[in-house]
Design a protein around this ligand. Structure first.
Ligand SMILES: [Cu+2]
Length: 274
């Protein structure tokens, strides 16, 4: 059984194996297929049209499936690798070990945001960026430079306390747990972390930065925490709703997976805190 661990507790060897699996997926081209899929959904998910991966109830099951598919690719390279999670309420600084050269590498330089050291620096030749808003081929970050702070545990708890999964109009204007976690309304958890990292993470091509997986793994874990806190609350909408993925509707691009299939992650992996 796969166990997803807090990144802060990984051993040097676990970090090395995770990084090496990422580099191998990048080399083979399979990594960029995930960037491309995510970017395509960001471009197409709209508040008043079809919406699957973002600004809609299926934000959480869609990303759970997306991470699961990605984790399976990592495990084809090295069966002992799982996606770690980044608890940004605890590891809140650009000086955190997450951003050291033996793991994800640091923030970008001030002139152009380019990440200069670590395994994903452009000069290594191992991490060319080909999918993005422009043609700059290097990974960019600007950790904490946009005047936002990472969410606090108190802010997380205020969102976990919301008992209703999602509400009409099932988009970025909704009240309820999903949209407050996603961040279009209220204290803003998920979106704010993308902005805090900056660079590619603040764009639709955010999976270009490997921290994407660690951020979304923690978002996935918070969904798990919410389910435990509210055992009588379930995914909504339960039945067909225009432009929105209901509990038993298939999700693109897989078409063989519904939100109902993704509610229980324990057949696939557990978290180290469970
Ligand atoms: Cu996303």
């Amino acid at each position: 059984m796969s166990v997803r661990k807090n990144q802060a507790h990984l051993t040097a060897n676990e970090k090395r194996e995770f990084v090496n699996a990422l580099l191998e997926l990048k080399r083979s081209g399979r990594y960029d297929a995930f960037v491309s899929t995510h970017n395509g959904f960001i471009m197409n998910d709209t508040d008043h049209g079809d919406r699957v991966a973002h600004r809609s109830p299926s934000f959480l099951p869609w990303h759970r499936k997306f991470l699961l598919e990605f984790e399976r690719e990592l495990q084809r390279v090295n069966s002992s690798v799982t996606i770690p999670y980044w608890d940004w309420t605890a590891d809140r600084s650009p000086d955190s070990s997450l951003w050291a050269d033996d793991f994800l590498g640091p923030t970008g330089r001030s002139t152009d945001g380019q990440v200069m050291t670590g395994p994903f620096a452009y000069q290594t030749g191992n991490w060319p960026i080909s999918i993005g808003m422009d043609r700059r081929p290097y990974l960019r970050r600007s950790l904490g430079s946009r005047g936002v702070q990472l969410p606090t545990r108190a802010e997380v708890n205020s969102v976990l306390a919301m008992a209703t999964y999602d509400m009409p109009p099932w988009n970025s204007g909704s009240d309820g747990f999903r949209n407050h976690l996603e961040g279009w309304r209220g204290v803003d958890l998920h979106n704010r972390v993308h902005v805090w990292v900056g660079g590619h993470m603040a764009t639709g091509a955010s999976p270009n930065d490997p921290v994407f997986w660690l951020h979304h793994c923690f978002i996935d874990k918070l969904w798990d925490e919410w389910q435990r806190a509210h055992p009588d609350s379930g995914y909504l909408p339960a039945t067909g709703t225009a432009n929105v993925v209901g509990l038993h509707d298939p999700m693109r691009p897989w078409n063989d997976t519904t939100p109902a299939d993704m509610l229980d992650h324990t057949p696939h992996y557990t978290y180290d805190t469970a």
